[in-house]
Design a protein around this ligand. Sequence first.
Ligand code: AMP
Ligand code: MN
Ligand code: MN
Length: 321
Amino acid sequence: MKAISEILTQVSSVAVIGHVRPDGDCVGACLGLMNYLKLAAPALKVQVYLESFSESFLFLKGAETVSADSCDGQTYDLCIALDASDRERLGAFAGYFDHAGKTVCIDHHITNTGYADIMHVCPQSSSTCQVLYTLMDDAYVDQSAAECLYMGIVHDTGVFRHSNTTRETMEIAGRLMDKGIDFSALIDRTFFEKTYRQNQILGRMLTESVLFMDGLCVFSAMRHKIMEFYQAAPKDLDGIVDQLRVIKGVECAIFLYETAPQEFKVSMRSNKTVDVSRVAAVFGGGGHIRAAGCTMAGTVYDVLNNLSEHIEKQLIEQGLR
Ligand code: AMP
Ligand code: MN
Ligand code: MN
């Protein structure tokens, strides 16, 4: 696929969907595409469906029109899935996908399973927002679409710090800056700003973190009871694993939170050697080489033992153990 316009022939209605627990890239991509289509294809009916997301994204244009309704009875000529590496990641919105006349997936996960009629996956791209921009006609990217896309790039690159940041990332970000966005406020409001509760949780998880494998790995785990104590939602836990990753000497950081009794959502980050997408894929998850996730059953120690085995195997292959 070379351009969004290619997939719009004979299409009058579009459902745009993202992945469960939508992050900045996912929300930015869905709203960025919606705002773009409003200008590029004004006659098109476009509806975005997403689970509840961070309140800090609500200022984006069109955020108030997003529906969380997973069965409103609508069917669409086209369903576009963004930033979702497999069908399961579509969660409750898979119904719109299954019943659409035609399906398209635009993504950047190396573990993408190729589940749509038309696939456009660029694993070398920092973010789905970066991929999307390359498919857009710049003339129809207005300030509101630019804000959304810029936010997605900022979030998936950790503000242009991660190794997925390339010259192309910076060039596209530059073109989006040309649209007159207040990038500095956008970065502060959506990425760095934390609520008091989020900061307390971050502090607690750092205090309780444990180094293992001679300091090459670190983990921290959030139990359901503690989540309840802080009245924390999963979106309040963003950024904890990234702070664990920057501990000196650490190659691989693991953050777990309990989603059900004996069930944990796993987030992994690595620095130089370990391909965490391969580790996550063993347990039915996925992601990128340096950032990946999965859901696993068992106690914290079962989960850690199982992950460690695969991490250590890679460290041994690389001569680090
Ligand atoms: P997270 O640790 O949740 O921030 O996720 C890191 C990366 O891995 C993101 O690109 C996610 O899309 C991906 N990821 C996380 N969990 C899963 C999962 N269960 N299945 C597939 N990909 C995942
Ligand atoms: Mn995402
Ligand atoms: Mn992404």
